[in-house]
Design a protein around this ligand. Structure first.
Ligand SMILES: [Zn+2]
Length: 326
């Protein structure tokens, strides 16, 4: 087994501990596959069967095992694997960044080999090592850190699908995407206009000062919600990165950012949902990104979870670097 393969598995093993959104079944499978690959390196190339994976899951989780009933094994492993693949696509970018930081020149991928000829031959599951291609190994991955600086890593990446994909691909902008984007902008503008129009009309109908205050505050709360909910989508085109509004926070975390990648003219522009984290050099706590307050207003700032008001760092999403802030 090559040394980089082994180091890749160690990086995954370390990272799994922080993946609190990884469901149990794919997590069991991933741990079992790492265990088997390290225990039986001679079998890595061929791959491991669902029976071997199931047995290893049971061995590693005696308290909470999958059972030994052979009937369901194929389905259990295969379903778990599909979920693991989905999850892996979110994590792959960050894993590659960590590998580059450790001077690796490639990383492992998940591989399922479905046997031809059907019958009794089960599918085989494995990791395969693949060198990075020079395009994905971007120049800014190698930006050296100055004294005291920290490196951020991409934690999750969610590529947009459906309408969001059309919109972001076409942003600045062409064809139907342009039409959809501008019509939604006009719709939001119209909504704001109608709400503002309500103020003079509605005010004359309120009988007491209390009613008028209640009426005005409802209008302003609605306006605020619209601003708060939609403005990041527009601001991100200028600023390249914004904290995603609450209705676009996809999962248990609320520190997803919207990142606008200007790729044109080589390829289409994209907007992705991404999380970045780093490790606090003061206390080893996890640093997450939030909107800056007070003197850091208008910026995104890395906050340490152990001391969110004192251990603060700047955040450059492009170079993935940060420096201590006072
Ligand atoms: Zn800290």
């Amino acid at each position: 087994m090559n040394e980089e393969f082994c180091k890749s598995l160690k990086i995954i093993k370390k990272q799994i501990q922080s993946w609190d959104d990884l469901p149990k079944r794919p997590s069991d499978l991933l741990n079992a596959l790492i265990y088997l690959s390290l225990e039986s390196p001679e079998k890595v190339e061929e791959g491991f069967s669902n029976v071997e994976l199931n047995e290893t899951v049971n061995k590693l989780n005696p308290q909470n095992h999958w059972g030994t009933n052979t009937d369901g094994i194929t389905k259990r492993v295969s379903n778990g694997w599909d979920k693991l693949k989905q999850f892996w696509s979110k994590k792959e970018e960050g894993l590659h960044q960590r590998a580059l930081e450790d001077h690796l020149t490639g990383f492992v991928k998940l591989k399922k080999r479905t046997s031809r000829g059907g019958g009794g031959n089960p599918s085989l599951y494995s990791f395969t090592y693949e060198p990075f291609d020079s395009k994905s190994d971007k120049i800014h991955e190698k930006t050296p850190l100055n004294q005291g600086e920290i490196r951020y890593f991409t934690e999750d990446v969610i590529k947009p699908s459906g309408l969001a994909k059309i919109l972001s691909n076409k942003l600045i902008l062409a064809g139907w995407g342009k039409v959809a984007f501008f019509s939604s902008t006009i719709l939001i503008g119209l909504l704001v206009f109608l709400l503002l129009l309500q103020i003079p009309i509605g005010l004359t109908q309120q009988k007491t000062a209390g009613e008028a205050i209640y009426f005005l505050s409802s209008i302003f709360i609605l306006l605020g919600l619209i601003w708060y909910g939609f403005s990041p989508i527009y601001r991100v085109i200028e600023s390249r990165v914004e904290v995603a509004p609450w209705w676009l926070q996809p999962e248990i975390h609320n520190d997803y950012l919207l990142v606008f990648n200007r790729n044109k003219p080589q390829s289409a522009n994209t907007i992705e949902w991404k999380r970045f984290t780093s490790e606090c050099p003061n206390c080893k706590g996890q640093i997450i990104i939030k909107t800056g307050r007070l003197t850091h207003s208008g910026r995104l700032v890395g906050h340490c979870e152990n001391s969110p008001r004192e251990h603060l760092f700047s955040f450059d999403h492009y170079l993935r670097t940060g420096a201590p802030l006072n």
